[in-house]
Design a protein around this ligand. Structure first.
Ligand code: SAM
Length: 225
């Protein structure tokens, strides 16, 4: 698959938070996966969410390559294939799920050290990943998002929002979920290094559809800086 070539991550791998990774790889992650269920209607709900949010850039995405960091069961990648024929690369610290879709290329890796070449993706996606990255571990993850996207490509982020970073207890843990303004944090990470323009943003309302309450942003990477 285009763009899926090895990339040396040995040095940056040291920055991974092993405690969090081990939780996702163990019972905590198994329970999370067991709560999810891929059905025709759950993928259709992802199509509605992604189709609406990415509408303004959809012409750029057709038949392109999407890399999702923290992809879970890969439902977003299936939705993006349905929507625009995109090829999907799923990056997750967990092993690929047993239902593993043939159309998705699975990489078991940390979002802070992604084994893909620089500027390979037409779209880099995070949905419910950044909220689970400990704030001091965020910089390598944001840097990887900015590294992987091609000039003219897009980054889209769907996460729980708060204007300032705030931990929220999650499934018995006080150090597994942080609300924040992830759009602003990505822009700060890009400042002076990568030309990143906000294209669209919004809020998905749980009360109005089959989705979580998520703030979302779509950015375009320019060719400058
Ligand atoms: C809340 S789930 C979201 C799954 C998917 N994005 C979705 O929308 O259904 C978070 C996923 O991120 C993965 N994850 C957590 N920390 C990660 C990291 N540092 N690098 C890569 N994946 C990670 C977990 O294993 C889990 O599958």
């Amino acid at each position: 698959m285009r763009g899926v070539t090895p990339h040396d991550t040995t040095v940056r791998e040291a920055k991974v938070n092993m405690e969090q990774v081990q939780r996702w790889q163990g019972e905590f992650g198994d329970r999370y996966e067991a709560r999810q269920g891929t059905t025709q209607s759950s993928v259709q709900a992802r199509c509605d969410l992604l189709g609406g949010a990415l509408d303004l850039v959809s012409d750029d995405l057709r038949d392109g390559l999407v890399v999702e960091l923290g992809s879970g069961r890969g439902d977003n990648l299936v939705a993006l294939e349905w929507l625009w024929g995109m090829s999907g690369v799923a990056v997750d610290v967990r092993r690929p799920p047993s239902h593993s879709r043939a159309a998705v290329h699975w990489l078991q890796a940390s979002a802070g050290a992604v084994p893909l070449r620089t500027e390979c993706a037409d779209l880099v996606l995070s949905m419910g990943l950044l909220i689970h990255v400990r704030p001091d571990m965020r910089p390598p993850v944001l840097a990887e998002m900015l590294r992987i996207v091609r000039p003219g490509g897009h980054i889209s982020v769907f996460e729980y929002f708060a204007p300032e970073t705030r931990p929220v207890p999650y499934r018995g843990h006080g150090d597994m979920l942080w609300l924040a303004d992830y759009g602003a944090l990505l822009q700060q990470a890009a400042a002076g290094r990568v030309d990143l323009e906000p294209v669209d943003w919004g809020h998905a309302y749980k009360a109005m559809g089959d989705c979580d309450d998520l703030a979302w942003w779509v950015f375009t990477r320019g060719g400058g800086i």
